[in-house]
Write a protein that binds this ligand. Structure first.
Ligand SMILES: [Fe+2]
Ligand SMILES: [Fe+2]
Length: 186
């Protein structure tokens, strides 16, 4: 669709974020059942509720602009979701899958933060302090909070994954010693 003025530019950006929110909602609904860490699961469940609100806020924003809500395919969002889905299938243990899911959340939230920040700059210039601006700022605040929570969980999840690898490494050492003993006749 051609973009010929700033209003159309804002609607274009809005339609892309609106599409991204739908894709992330579907992605989270699928992903939450694959997470095994309770805190991670709870954080995603909470953000699923928030994402539904984000979609509602964007619909209200469309109406503030006198437009019908519409989605414009967001290729980055589509890519982020399919990368996450692929990683989830490739992960060979629950804890590695949890680490992957958490990393996917961090990437998605930062992408959303960028989108909202860019849109907010335009809306502030065009509409000043307004209901529309409040709606976007509410969404941005929740994306920032979700990113912070996922980032805080990352280290603990990775440490858990590293601890889970230790017995396997010990097993390997035992195997080598046994093999060495057999070769040397001890
Ligand atoms: Fe969102
Ligand atoms: Fe989000």
């Amino acid at each position: 669709m051609p973009i010929t003025n700033v209003q159309e530019l804002l609607v274009h950006e809005l339609a892309e974020i609106y599409d991204a929110e739908h894709r992330f909602l579907d992605g989270q609904v699928k992903m939450v059942h694959r997470a095994t860490d309770h805190e991670l699961q709870r954080a995603i469940e909470n953000h699923i509720t928030q994402t539904r609100q984000h979609i509602g806020n964007l619909e209200q924003f469309f109406r503030e602009l006198g437009q019908e809500p519409r989605r414009e395919t967001n290729e980055v969002a589509r890519g982020l979701v399919s990368e996450a889905e692929q990683g989830i299938e490739e992960a060979q243990s629950d804890i590695l899958r949890d680490c992957l899911i958490d990393a996917a959340v961090i990437k998605v939230e930062h992408f959303e933060i960028g989108g909202y920040r860019a849109l907010i700059t335009g809306v502030r210039l065009m509409m000043g302090q307004s209901v529309a601006l409040d709606l976007l700022e509410a969404n941005l605040g929740q994306e920032e909070e979700a990113a912070r929570i996922a980032e805080q969980s990352a280290e603990g999840l990775l440490q858990k994954a590293m601890r889970a690898e230790v017995p396997e490494q010990e097993g390997m050492v035992d195997k080598i010693n046994r093999l060495r003993g057999r070769l040397t006749g001890q």
